[in-house]
Design a binder for this molecule. Structure first.
Ligand code: CS2
Ligand code: MG
Length: 384
């Protein structure tokens, strides 16, 4: 079975998505998500100019060889653009292989290890009353685990946000105290610091939050400095999650081998696809570290579906972020995955179970858009 066509589809139903569509000489169509929020066109060019021509005529079944060919053959390794492009090829080929086998992809990955995937949703509010309403709305929508953000990242969508570290460190424990008092001890609660603290600040925050029993504290420091986590870890037992901006196993090496984190946050979309993320999660499993795959709205339904198949199959699944897409996105990407009683399930359609409606995609052309930035009160650029 040979790859006959490789097309890149860019569409903006609610936000920009980049999708690779591979077609085989047997007429099978596989999809891969290559969306890199705010830098979408770099991956489009990488795929269309450099990868697509190399794929035509290759054996669609040779997934590992194609992965190694794109990774090693480029000479220039790693990086978010390269790894998102490789991920899209990898997922499209797994989609094709599973369709050829007539099975949902998780069956080829070893079969289901659980009945469904625990998912967490995003609650936020400018104040406690708004936050509490937001948590109740998520519970009503079926979520059994909730990320809590207030007054900071996750609340405003402005292009530029003012950030005050001291105020944040002062206020956040009180927010969790109030949420625990209202919602009780058993609701899993998560929080995303979004890379904004120094190691010693993160250590202090982790310790201050211990009484509120967080499921995890995410991206407490800019994690490209893996060694910084040793300091955080030596001061707190609050579980730590990191990795949404990582793209290879090398970014995780110290974190996993020294057991400095509890959850690996990479998505299939940004970490080289199913083949490479599985490698990362297998190394994580040796150290009792679980998956906590990134699932914001900028991972397309194709990327979400791939994550669900992998999550259902692996033993060390932890939790899945599920930000839910809008109506228009769901019209472009038809999905077989379901969410009920707080659990996601990839469904039983052959492959990854997502199809792309090309007409609908064509109605929503690309629009340039960028991520916000954060500045300190004196104007200094900070991590967003
Ligand atoms: C966030 C993301 O979901 C998360 O945990 O950190 O929403 C992140 O800000 C975006 O994916 C950036 O594109
Ligand atoms: Mg995050």
């Amino acid at each position: 079975m040979l790859i006959e066509a490789a097309e890149v589809v860019v569409t903006n139903p609610d936000r920009n998505f980049v999708t690779l569509r591979l077609t085989t000489d047997d007429g099978l169509v596989g999809l891969g998500d290559a969306t890199l929020n705010g830098r979408e066109q770099a991956v489009v060019a990488y795929l269309a100019e450099h990868v697509a021509p190399l794929l035509i005529g290759r054996d669609a079944h040779a997934i590992e060889d194609t992965w190694q060919f794109l990774y090693r053959g480029a000479y220039w390794r790693r990086g978010p653009v390269t790894m998102a492009a490789i991920a899209a090829v990898d997922v499209a080929l797994w989609d094709i292989k599973a369709q050829a086998a007539g099975m949902p992809l998780y069956q080829l990955l070893g079969g289901a290890s659980r009945t469904g995937l625990l998912a967490y949703g995003h609650a936020s509010g400018r104040d406690l009353a708004e936050l509490s309403d937001s948590i109740r709305a998520l519970q009503a929508a079926g979520f059994g685990a909730i990320r809590v953000q207030t007054g900071v990242y996750g609340v405003a969508n402005d292009a530029s946000e003012v950030w005050d570290t001291a105020a944040y460190l002062r206020d956040l424990p009180g927010v969790f105290e109030a949420v625990r008092a209202e919602f009780g001890p058993s609701l899993p609660l998560l929080h995303d610091v979004h890379h904004r603290l120094t190691p010693i600040q993160a250590a202090r925050l982790g310790r201050a939050l211990e009484p509120y029993d967080l499921f995890w504290l995410e991206d407490c420091t800019p994690a490209e400095n893996q060694e910084a986590l040793r300091l955080v870890r030596s001061h707190t037992t609050t579980p730590l999650a990191i990795g949404e901006v990582f793209n290879t196993i090398w970014d995780y090496r110290s974190l996993l081998q020294e057991q400095l984190i509890d959850y690996a946050r990479s998505s299939v979309t940004h970490a080289g696809g199913i083949s490479h993320l599985r490698r990362i999660l297998d190394l994580a499993a040796l150290h009792q570290i679980k998956s906590g795959m990134h699932g914001p709205q900028d991972i397309s339904p194709v990327g979400m579906a791939a994550a669900l198949h992998l999550g259902l199959a692996i033993h060390n699944f932890g939790i899945q972020e599920y930000a839910r897409h809008g109506e228009r996105t769901n019209e472009v990407f038809r999905q077989s995955f379901t969410f009920s009683d707080g659990l996601l399930h990839p469904g039983s359609a052959p492959g990854i179970g997502v199809t792309l409606d090309a007409d609908a995609a064509g109605r929503y052309p690309y629009q340039a858009a960028y991520l916000p930035i954060a500045r300190l009160r004196d104007g200094t650029l900070h991590d967003w």
